[in-house]
Design a protein around this ligand. Structure first.
Ligand code: ZN
Length: 576
């Protein structure tokens, strides 16, 4: 009896944080069955000499709910060593949804998460109504990676209350139906229930998304439905407006954690924008106090700045200005020709004076790209590399004695794939390091699948390994791998994943620790219906293995779709 897969001569970093060791890894029937100096024959052997063999990375904060329908690969996460994701975060989901409301749901997702409505209408075979039916659909879909999912509050509220869900308090009958749906979803395998109170989450007409209309008693009731089952995580897109409002939000959320006893997860972010931002260590202090008081609480952290992303092929900050608006209607080649014309450049530069002035409102990545203020050129960076050390547009403009707009035009003409980033939160690497080092935060939060042309967070894993481990040596490789694997598997209670151990699922990533690194992002037109999105791949990953099958090899998809749906604990607790 041979092995299905043998990874020979690699160095195992097992996910626990334990020091590395040399060993072969043997896989059979989707599981790790042997670790050592393996003599058994195998159907397929990978020589991992000089490489690290680690558990596949787990990302608990994604929005791949729509994309899973048309992209069996799970990009861009799959290119960064990710083998499992949780989707349905922040209350946004495609289930439950009545057939007549599909386009309305799609438009709301477009407004909040910049997932094009055309892509959703063209790319989804929309067969479900309830959450259990959606979960069953995802089970049937071909997929290269594993997916867990939450039932999302905004979807649930719009399903239960129709258009009233965007305006009104829920009545007793609404609450009863929503609580029942949460309970049914968790029994069917949902990882939990998600919601958002973030001021940046708005519908197509700029009003708050449905979950933001809910009062706290509604949240208590729906999280209470999970407490009755003693199962399910409560994820919330936090109020990040700063000041007293955010502090009041955190106090009230603490009550939910303590009264329900359910694990609560929310983003921990540093920002210098908005009015009176509460520093990240205020937020981590709140995590500690809540835990001491008896709450199970997790902060979600990313590994770099979260940026609004601009490029000639997608958005530029100037797109709404008169001369720019005309220019931007033209083909890429025509735009480049005009951008080189001195008279045109003079007019384009002059336009910028009319832009809306910067104000104290914290804009999310969406509004920052589609409704931009006059850029702060000291906080706008061309991505010349991925090392987070680029000069600002202001620096480059001063060096060449040009107007910053002209500097941007020159950079676009030099390379029409050039991407510019405007950090919105986590502007300072020192803040990010502080958040990541805190013992109650998780390295997750890519938002993968969302903001497809506005942000690019899917590379958070390869950024951690290249920037914080290899370049800055702020974490050992063993620590960083533990953060991406065992810590997240533990927080989401994923059985038999997140460690390289015999008996565990064979979700593995084989990489070169010196070479692993995200590539520069590009804009591609590869969504259903031809819509554009940002794409970012990585170097240095030899193979990504999911449930024993190699799904990506040297950056190329193999055509194996061995991913599964990851279910919450109730589904297995009381087998029939
Ligand atoms: Zn989110």
């Amino acid at each position: 009896m041979g092995l299905d897969l043998l990874i020979k001569n690699g160095t195992v970093v097992d996910g626990s944080g334990m020091s590395r060791y040399r060993a072969d890894v043997g896989v059979k029937n989707g599981r790790i069955v042997e670790i050592g100096r393996i003599r058994a024959p195998a159907e397929r052997t990978i020589d991992a000499e000089g490489m690290i063999v680690a558990p596949g990375f787990i990302d608990g904060h994604t929005h791949m709910d729509a994309q899973v329908n048309w992209d069996p690969l799970g990009s861009c996460s799959c290119w960064h060593g990710v083998t499992s994701v949780v989707m349905g975060n922040c209350g946004f989901a495609l289930a439950p949804c009545k057939p007549e409301d599909r386009e309305w749901f799609a438009r709301c997702l477009t407004a909040v998460e910049d997932i094009p409505t055309e892509a959703m209408m063209a790319g989804i075979d929309w067969t479900w109504e309830s959450f259990p039916e959606y979960l069953a659909t995802v089970e049937r879909l071909p997929k290269a990676i594993n997916y867990g999912m939450y039932i999302g509050h905004s979807a649930l509220r719009m399903y239960a209350m129709g258009r009233r869900g965007l305006e009104e308090r829920a009545n007793e009958e609404d609450l009863r139906r929503m609580a029942q749906a949460v309970s049914d979803a968790v029994r069917a395998g949902a990882m939990g229930f998600s919601t958002s109170r973030a001021s940046t989450h708005v519908t197509p007409d700029g009003s708050p998304v449905a979950s933001r209309i809910a009062d706290w008693e509604e949240i208590d009731r729906l999280v209470g439905a999970m407490a009755e089952l003693d199962a399910g995580i409560f994820q919330i897109g936090p109020d990040i407006s700063g000041g007293e409002a955010q502090r009041v939000f955190l106090e009230r959320l603490r009550r939910v954690a303590l009264e329900s006893g359910r694990p609560v997860m929310l983003g921990v972010l540093a920002t210098r924008q908005g009015v009176d931002p509460n520093p990240w260590d205020y937020q981590t202090g709140w995590l500690d106090e809540t835990a001491v008081a008896g709450g199970r609480i997790f902060g979600q952290a990313t590994t770099r700045s979260i940026n609004a992303v601009f490029s000639l092929k997608s958005y530029l900050p100037f797109d709404g200005l008169p001369n720019w608006r005309e220019l931007r209607k033209l083909s890429l080649e025509e735009q480049k020709a005009r951008l080189a014309d001195p008279e045109m450049r003079r007019r384009l530069v002059a336009d910028e004076a009319q832009m809306k002035p910067r104000d104290s409102v914290l804009q999310g990545g969406g509004a920052a790209t589609t409704d931009p203020r006059k850029p702060d050129y000291d906080n706008l960076f061309p991505m010349l590399d991925v090392d987070w050390e680029d000069p600002s547009v202001a620096d480059l403009a001063r060096q060449s004695a040009k107007h910053p707009v002209e500097t941007i035009i020159d950079l676009c003409l030099e390379n029409d794939n050039r991407v510019f980033v405007q950090p919105i939160v986590n502007e300072s690497p020192a803040d990010v390091l502080g958040i990541l080092r805190h013992p109650r935060t998780l390295a997750t939060f890519s938002d993968s699948g969302a903001h497809v042309c506005q942000e690019m967070g899917s590379s958070l894993q390869t950024h951690l390994l290249s920037y914080w481990v290899c370049n800055k040596q702020q974490f050992t490789l063993e620590e960083a791998v533990r953060m991406l694997t065992f810590d997240n598997a533990s927080a989401w209670e994923l059985p038999s994943r997140g460690l390289l151990r015999t008996g565990y699922a064979a979700d593995l990533v084989v990489f070169d620790e010196e070479r692993i690194k995200p590539r520069l992002p590009t804009v591609e037109q590869d969504l259903p219906g031809g819509a554009r999105r940002l794409v970012q791949k990585a170097d240095g990953i030899a193979a990504t293995i999911v449930n024993g099958a190699v799904v990506v090899e040297n950056g190329e998809a193999t055509g194996n779709f061995a991913g599964r749906v990851l279910k919450g604990p109730v589904a297995d607790r009381y087998p029939d």
